[in-house]
Design a protein around this ligand. Structure first.
Ligand SMILES: Nc1ncnc2c1ncn2[C@@H]1O[C@H](COP(=O)(O)OP(=O)(O)O)[C@@H](O)[C@H]1O
Ligand SMILES: [Mg+2]
Length: 241
């Protein structure tokens, strides 16, 4: 459950709480996937770190929210709030260009994001542009580091439910474009922004330094193998139409 807050810079932000369901893994996915989307040229609301003070929860009357705030004291993630945005809805006549849809399909297949479906688009329309939000469930490999090698090669069959797949006629071009925009260096830069405190030890990745390198290596391997999931997306689209 995200919440709208005013921060000490007077900006309005949607906070993703470390104390919520998937904990800091969801925050890591939100940050890593969000910055990859931005690097691909997609619009993602600005992502910032936000400190939740213990005082914030003390006077909260709702028990559940109080517990969430208590469990989230420390460093959390927030997105710039887009006031007046509405969810993308093809039934209301919303559509997307082939370029944008293809880049989005490639992006969600790359980061293994299942949350871009007609039921749950996580795609906001704001000032005539589309904004991509809610990447907390992406990068599912980081729930299971033992299987990281296989995960990098996943064709990602759930892409068949992607809300923009019907418009995504240029997936091959999106694949070529992504190879120009993404690199091991960029993955390393993104990994270097991950706070120590969010990086828990796992089998084979005992400390934050190893974990940042492991994120970089996973993303580099998946980029190298992108033809696997690009082909799967093209195949899934062919079955749609
Ligand atoms: N940056 C934002 N600006 C405006 N509204 C937002 C923003 N982020 C989220 N929302 C709204 O809050 C809802 C829930 O946020 P989301 O990130 O999708 O979390 P979850 O689906 O995990 O609860 C979204 O469906 C959207 O309506
Ligand atoms: Mg959502």
């Amino acid at each position: 459950m995200p919440a709208l807050v005013e921060a000490d810079d007077l900006g309005l932000y949607v906070i993703k709480f470390r104390g919520a369901g998937q904990g800091t893994l969801a925050l890591l996915a939100e940050l890593v996937a969000g910055e990859i989307g931005r690097a691909l040229g997609l619009r993602v609301p600005e992502l910032v770190f936000i400190e939740v003070d213990a005082a914030l929860g003390r006077n909260e009357p709702d028990q559940e929210i109080r517990d969430l705030l208590k469990a989230s004291v420390g460093l959390n993630l927030a997105l710039d709030y887009l006031p007046g945005s509405v969810m993308f809805d093809p039934a209301a006549g919303d559509d997307a260009t082939p370029e944008l849809a293809s880049a989005a399909v490639w992006f969600d297949a790359f980061v293994t994001n299942v949350d871009r479906t007609p039921r749950n688009p996580n795609l906001l329309r704001w000032h005539r542009e589309l904004y991509f939000i809610d990447h907390g469930a992406a990068l599912y490999f980081h729930h299971k580091w033992q299987k990281v090698q296989e995960a990098a090669l996943s064709p990602f069959a759930p892409i068949r439910e992607h809300i923009l797949l019907p418009w995504a006629t240029e997936i091959e071009a999106a694949d070529a474009e992504a190879h120009c925009r993404l690199s091991e260096k960029l993955f390393e830069e993104i990994a270097n922004t991950l706070p120590d405190d969010w990086l828990r030890p796992d089998p084979g990745v005992p400390d934050p330094v190893a974990k940042r390198a492991a994120y970089r290596d996973y993303l580099s391997r998946r980029l190298e193998a992108s033809s696997i999931f690009a082909k799967e997306a093209i195949r899934a689209r062919a079955e749609l139409v």
